[in-house]
Ligand binder design. Structure first.
Ligand SMILES: Cc1cc2nc3c(=O)[nH]c(=O)nc-3n(C[C@H](O)[C@H](O)[C@H](O)COP(=O)(O)OP(=O)(O)OC[C@H]3O[C@@H](n4cnc5c(N)ncnc54)[C@H](O)[C@@H]3O)c2cc1C
Length: 373
């Protein structure tokens, strides 16, 4: 029986674990440095189920997002995972952004984002009476998910299929012996042991570049370098009853960001996000309070009732991007490294947004890759 070891129990590692262990033709392990799942990027997202609008045609990001979107709704409904299919409006706020709506709409159609349509002022008011805009794109398949419950479901499902979870276990080295991989795993007390496996799946998120380096992949030559960019949120504290139930996004200000949008959670709370900052070297999650006016002005453009003191700094997450801030969007890397002489070493690198939405589709794709090794 093949032994398959997944590094990292974020939403991606969990979705891969669930998909692979359901096939019952292998022994599956998942190694995670924290004491439970989803302690890094997966617990810091907007929890939006994306429709797949913003991504280059034919990309993993576009394709896996559209497939993942359908899968996630199906999984949520079948397993009582809290979610809301609220739909999303991408609103123009002036003449310049109005002109960009047709091009953005075409991109959505090219990406097979389901049932998107252009809507004008009257329909916008019917969908969300408190939103101000003349022209928008309505995406009926967008929504919100309780990502913690989704991860809990994936963990429980994987365990029920026989997957073994090793928490409090850090991978600190990887070697190759014949056709097997030897992972060196460190315990919390500093002791370590070696663990043999046939297939390695690197879903270590912010540390996926480091894991690739451990097996000797030159991440500079292969362009696997991660660029950390912090995304920050402000929380809405007042007048929550006035806020739209649908997700409200502006027309993206540039190719690297989707703009300051509303992110209602499923429990009555509301955040505004996401401002994506410059490249940073460290993983740290402080929120720059001086962004208060920027958040206020951006959201005020489509939420006319918003007042300056309604919002306050909230939390942040770090996007593991492959492109530098001024470069065009790069795709998810999902690759069996056989061309590097490392058959059975599957790298998942640069799984930024829409990683949460794409997770079940990524799980399925990686399970198929592992099956064909
Ligand atoms: C601010 C923000 C907002 C986002 N919003 C959305 C959204 O609305 N919708 C959407 O679809 N996507 C969104 N995303 C993207 C989504 O959150 C990510 O794509 C997804 O969570 C990535 O999951 P992951 O499992 O790859 O990474 P992580 O969740 O980071 O998991 C990696 C795991 O690997 C473990 N690990 C690392 N190194 C080691 C090691 N050496 N040994 C053992 N374990 C290790 C870590 O502890 C961690 O648990 C957002 C991302 C950010 C940052």
């Amino acid at each position: 029986m093949l032994r398959i070891t997944i590094i990292g129990a974020g939403v991606i590692g969990l979705a891969v674990a669930e998909a692979i262990s359901s096939q019952k033709n292998s022994e599956v392990f998942i190694i995670e440095k924290y004491s439970s799942f989803g302690q890094e990027t997966s617990s810091r997202s907007s929890e939006v189920i994306h429709a797949g609008i913003y991504y280059p045609q034919g990309s993993n990001k576009g394709n896996l997002c559209v497939v993942g979107n359908e899968m996630i709704y199906h999984i949520c409904k079948a397993n009582n995972i809290p979610h809301r299919n609220s739909g999303k409006l991408i609103v123009s706020t002036n003449e310049e952004t109005e002109k960009q709506i047709p091009e953005l709409f075409q991109k959505a159609v090219d990406n097979n984002a389901n049932s998107v349509r252009i809507v004008e002022r009257d329909e916008i008011s019917r969908i969300e009476s408190n939103v101000k805009s003349n022209l928008a794109i309505f995406c009926p398949t967008s929504g919100t998910i309780d990502s913690h419950s989704y991860m809990q479901y994936l963990e429980a499902k994987a365990i029920s299929y026989g997957c073994t979870f090793a928490y409090n276990s850090s991978v600190i080295g990887i070697d190759r012996k014949n056709s097997e991989y030897i992972l060196t795993i460190q315990n919390p007390d500093g002791t370590s042991f070696d663990f043999e496996t046939n297939i390695v799946i690197n879903s270590a998120g912010l540390f996926s570049e480091k894991i690739a380096q451990m097996i000797g992949i030159d991440t500079d030559v292969n362009k696997y370098n991660l660029v950390y960019r912090k995304g920050i949120y402000f929380r809405v504290h007042r007048k929550l009853e006035l806020y739209p139930k649908a997700l409200i996004y502006p027309v993206p200000p540039d190719s690297g960001s989707v703009g300051i949008h509303t992110t209602p959670d499923l429990f009555g709370g509301m955040r505004l996000g996401l401002f994506i900052g410059p490249e940073q070297k460290e993983i740290e999650y402080s929120v720059d309070e001086s962004m208060h006016r920027y958040f206020y002005e951006q959201a005020k453009a489509y939420l006319p009732f918003l007042e300056y003191m309604d919002i306050a700094p909230d939390n942040a997450g770090i996007l593991p991007q492959l492109q530098k801030p001024d470069e065009p969007m790069r795709d998810f890397i999902i690759q069996n490294e056989s061309d590097k002489g490392l058959d059975g070493f599957i790298n998942l690198i640069g799984i930024e947004s829409p990683g949460l939405t794409s997770a079940p589709a990524i799980g399925k794709k990686v399970a198929e890759m592992a099956n064909s090794i």
